[in-house]
Design a protein around this ligand. Structure first.
Ligand SMILES: Nc1ncnc2c1ncn2[C@@H]1O[C@H](COP(=O)(O)OP(=O)(O)OP(=O)(O)O)[C@@H](O)[C@H]1O
Length: 232
């Protein structure tokens, strides 16, 4: 049984729109260039992520997928090109699980609750509504039974699911996922695929980096990045 997290503050306003009104992109990137370590990584990349759709970013190792996600998150400024957000304050960025420190002295529930900080205020007690959103997010990825477990004691797949739950709990208009299916077993993959479907159904624009398009719900659009120079 899938519990859909009620994501996206845009959901109700979307239904009020005239049917013909085109959805404006949650993020639009045009002609993005990024150099790292003196080498060109992204060369003229375009991407449009619409509310209610999943956009997939694919390409071989080193093609610049995570770099593009960091640009869309506003964590990295492109050297050329434009990135425009509908709401730069409503972006949830879910990195790969390896970004989670082993020394973080918090539980899974606390990690996911951090996803509500922007709404509740740093270190303030969460409201009942915020706690319900956190519980829903934990439930959606099947991590509710582990909510008291220290993050440092999680397996790789459990870490990935906890980070995804934190991203869902933010209820952002734009949800950025870096290889969300990495390290997940079949049932966890199904749960995460359902969570992505729930998010898009609620009007969220999801952008996911992946090596495995088949494991994800159908993408509304696919951005294919070329192999890095010298790897052709
Ligand atoms: N901080 C950095 N300094 C220099 N080069 C970097 C830096 N970060 C990434 N790169 C290089 O940029 C290129 C793109 O890296 P990126 O992590 O975006 O690729 P990716 O497509 O996500 O790869 P993978 O599929 O292996 O995760 C790689 O060649 C990488 O070595």
């Amino acid at each position: 049984m899938v519990t859909c997290v009620p994501v996206a503050p845009t959901a109700s306003s979307r239904s009020d729109r005239p049917a013909a009104a085109p959805a404006s992109p949650a993020v639009r990137a045009a002609g993005v260039h990024v150099d790292l370590g003196g080498r060109p990584v992204l060369r003229g990349v375009d991407l449009v992520a619409l509310p209610g759709e999943m956009t997939a970013i694919v390409g071989p190792n080193g093609a610049g997928k995570s770099t593009l996600l960091a640009v869309l998150a506003g964590l990295l400024q492109p050297h050329a090109g434009r990135v425009e957000h509908a709401d730069a304050a409503s972006i949830a960025f879910v990195p790969q699980r390896t970004a989670l420190s082993d020394r973080l002295p918090i539980t899974v529930g606390e990690l996911v609750a951090m996803g509500r900080w922007q709404h509740a205020g740093f270190w303030r007690p969460l409201s009942r509504a915020d706690r319900a959103i956190v519980a829903d997010a934990l439930d959606t990825v099947g991590m509710a039974p582990l909510h008291r477990r220290p993050v440092a004691e999680l397996s790789g797949g459990q870490r990935q699911r906890a980070l995804i739950a934190q991203g869902l709990a933010q209820q952002a208009r734009l949800l950025l996922l870096d290889e969300p299916m990495a390290s997940l077993d079949a049932s966890a993959r199904d749960a995460v695929a359902d969570a992505i479907s729930c998010a898009t159904a609620a009007g969220t624009a999801v952008v996911a980096v992946t090596h495995d398009l088949d494991a994800l719900p159908p993408a509304g659009s696919i951005v294919r990045l070329a192999p890095p120079e010298g790897d052709h």
